[in-house]
Design a protein around this ligand. Structure first.
Ligand SMILES: NC(=O)c1ccc[n+]([C@@H]2O[C@H](COP(=O)([O-])OP(=O)(O)OC[C@H]3O[C@@H](n4cnc5c(N)ncnc54)[C@H](O)[C@@H]3O)[C@@H](O)[C@H]2O)c1
Length: 388
């Protein structure tokens, strides 16, 4: 194959679409002299302190632009991490500025949808922090827009990339737990203290915290067919760094039950009012936060699903429980944007799947609808499953 320029490669990538991207152009990266993906990151707040350094670890990625409506933050992160990027105070300016291939969206949750749409309209691939959009229908429309423009969009979280998730998924698929009955997951802390958006309409503990557990359990057990839930607000007023005293509008406490078919039920609880000695960072958590039960065995994920330390497996044929996959390998929760960027360059379909993120978004919306109406909510979305 003749070498081509990176621009030609990216143009072809966009024209080829996902399926073709993975087949006919597979060896292209090896022959492309300058094959770095140009990334623009929008939203230079707390999580950018995890994203920027991780993106910088990849030889296939160059961060070319940083943007924040609080412009000093874009300038500050550029300096702090020696990015040497162009900086912008608004997406319009960034889209009109230095050319790039992928936008990484790490702004307030409520802003993702319109920013992601604008990037897709401008011909950019997108990695979005959760949620990809404010509603399932809007997210589905973004996915359709991306497809129609031969672009890709993906959404956090990246929990399916951990070796512990892989082990649990394979254990279930190999039937080692026997006939499955149920699973439980939980994640909570006392809530972020820096920004109001976590507590405003469109925020909440479900899209911020429960989203990890929902992605893990649907990833392990398959798409949910229906949902029943209760949500509440435990702390109606909070004080946050950016707005002082605020009224909490989105749920800060949630219990969600999903039906996955074949009799299998799962339960997720999450909230911003959990005393957790491990705090927001979760460092050192080593009890089970995810448990799956079958008639022949059960297993528990040690640590949070976004920062796991191992899996305890007990079966009717190997008692007592044995701990597996204590080594996280290269997995860290902030790797999503890096992984999908490298997959674009290398033409390998990543395990993270946009339809999975959309399904989780539909579950979150259904949970809120169920809590508001007292009814079970049927779901329409699916995603390619099993993942292994
Ligand atoms: N902070 C974490 O540890 C963490 C971890 C995982 C995921 N997340 C997710 O990351 C996202 C951001 O969270 P955060 O904690 O970094 O919030 P943050 O408030 O610290 O940062 C958000 C930044 O986005 C900027 N912003 C808002 N609207 C914008 C717009 N229209 N254009 C450009 N910039 C804009 C804000 O000025 C702010 O600097 C959320 O979706 C959150 O759920 C955060």
């Amino acid at each position: 194959m003749n070498p081509i320029t990176r621009q030609e490669f990216l143009q072809r990538t966009a024209m080829a679409g996902a399926a073709v991207l993975l087949s006919s152009l597979e060896s292209l990266a090896l022959t492309t002299p300058d094959k770095k993906l140009r990334v623009a990151l929008i939203g230079c707040g707390s999580v950018s302190n995890r994203y920027i350094p991780h993106l910088q670890t990849s030889p296939l990625i160059e961060i070319v632009s940083l943007c924040d409506i609080k412009y000093d933050r874009a300038l500050g992160q550029n300096k702090q991490y020696n990015v040497n990027a162009a900086t912008y105070p608004h997406i319009d300016k960034m889209l009109a500025g230095v050319p790039f291939d992928l936008m990484v969206t790490t702004t307030d949750m409520q802003e993702h949808e319109h920013l992601n749409r604008q990037a897709l309209m401008a011909g950019k691939h997108v990695w979005s922090e959760k949620p990809m959009a404010n509603t399932y229908d809007a997210g589905r429309a973004l996915y359709g827009l991306a497809k129609s423009k031969k672009l890709r969009i993906w959404g956090a979280p990246a929990v399916v990339n951990s070796p512990q998730f892989a082990f649990m998924s394979k254990t279930i698929q190999e039937g080692k737990l026997g006939k499955l009955s149920c699973a439980h997951a939980h994640y909570g802390h006392l809530g972020p203290t820096w920004s109001a958006f976590f507590y405003e309409k469109g925020g909440g503990s479900l899209p911020d915290l429960g989203v990890y557990n929902l992605a893990t359990l649907t990833g392990l057990l398959g798409p949910a067919k229906s949902v029943i839930a209760m949500t509440s607000i435990v702390t109606p007023e909070r004080t946050v760094d950016d707005k002082g005293k605020i009224k909490v509008e989105a749920e800060d406490n949630a219990h969600v039950v999903m039906y996955h078919g074949n009799g299998v039920l799962s339960h997720v609880q999450c909230g911003f009012n959990y005393f957790d000695p491990y705090g927001h960072e979760g460092k050192g958590q080593n009890s089970h936060t995810i448990t799956v039960w079958g008639r022949d065995g059960n297993m528990g994920l040690v640590g949070y699903d976004w920062a796991p330390f191992g899996v305890d497996l007990a079966t009717s044929y190997t008692e007592p429980p044995v701990r597996y996959v204590e080594d996280p390998g290269t997995y860290v929760w902030q790797q999503g944007a890096t992984v999908i960027s490298e997959s674009l360059v290398n033409h390998v379909e990543p395990r993270i799947n946009a339809e999975h993120a959309l399904h989780v978004l539909e579950v979150i919306e259904a949970a809120r609808a169920s809590s508001a109406t007292g009814k079970k909510i049927m779901l329409k979305s699916k995603f390619p499953w099993p993942l292994f």
